[in-house]
Design a protein around this ligand. Structure first.
Ligand SMILES: [Zn+2]
Length: 171
């Protein structure tokens, strides 16, 4: 495991998966099943890995989402294998966030879901300085707001990478 935090933009902390069970501390081996859980802390989104043995009794209150995962050997960690439904749920649950890092995170998630045609752009409105996109899930009528933080291309790249790292448990 290498904690390569150097080169990450300052100001947005993501606590990454540790490759071991958050509850009992057991090291998770490549190929082993585990549960990945995402929770919100005041400063960041935190990804926790929990072994199957600890999962049932793990306190799931306050989690943004969770999914079953298999820890891949490091060479296979590039692909985003998180289910689209998990991404949609995360997008919806982060709707109320006011914290800048999470707004970035949700915006990039929105771009990914648009590309995957899971959410549809409807219109843009302005509230003061804020640009807000009105979105809806494909097949649903209710609208959701998506704040456009006006990230430049480089920043979108950085946030995408962080998103991939936290969702894939890229250690
Ligand atoms: Zn455990």
């Amino acid at each position: 495991m290498n904690a390569s935090t150097s080169g990450k933009p300052a100001g947005y902390a993501i606590a990454k998966a540790e490759g071991k069970c958050h509850v009992c501390g057991k090291v998770v081996e490549p190929g082993e099943k585990l549960m990945a859980a995402l929770r919100e802390t005041p400063l960041a989104l935190e990804r926790l890995d929990v072994c199957m043995g600890c999962w049932e009794s793990f306190d799931k209150a306050g989690l943004l989402g969770f999914w079953q995962n298999t820890l891949l050997p490091s060479t296979a960690r590039r692909a985003m294998f998180v289910d689209d439904d998990v991404l949609c749920e995360l997008f919806e649950r982060l709707a109320e966030t006011e914290e800048q890092g999470k707004i970035y995170f949700r915006f990039v998630l929105g771009l990914i879901l648009m590309r995957k045609r899971r959410i549809v752009y409807e219109s843009t409105r302005h509230e003061g300085e804020k640009e807000i996109w009105s979105m809806r899930f494909k097949g649903r009528e209710d609208k959701m707001d998506l704040v456009n933080p006006r990230l430049d291309e480089q920043k979108v790249g950085e946030v995408s990478q962080q998103l991939g790292e936290i969702l894939n448990g890229d250690l």
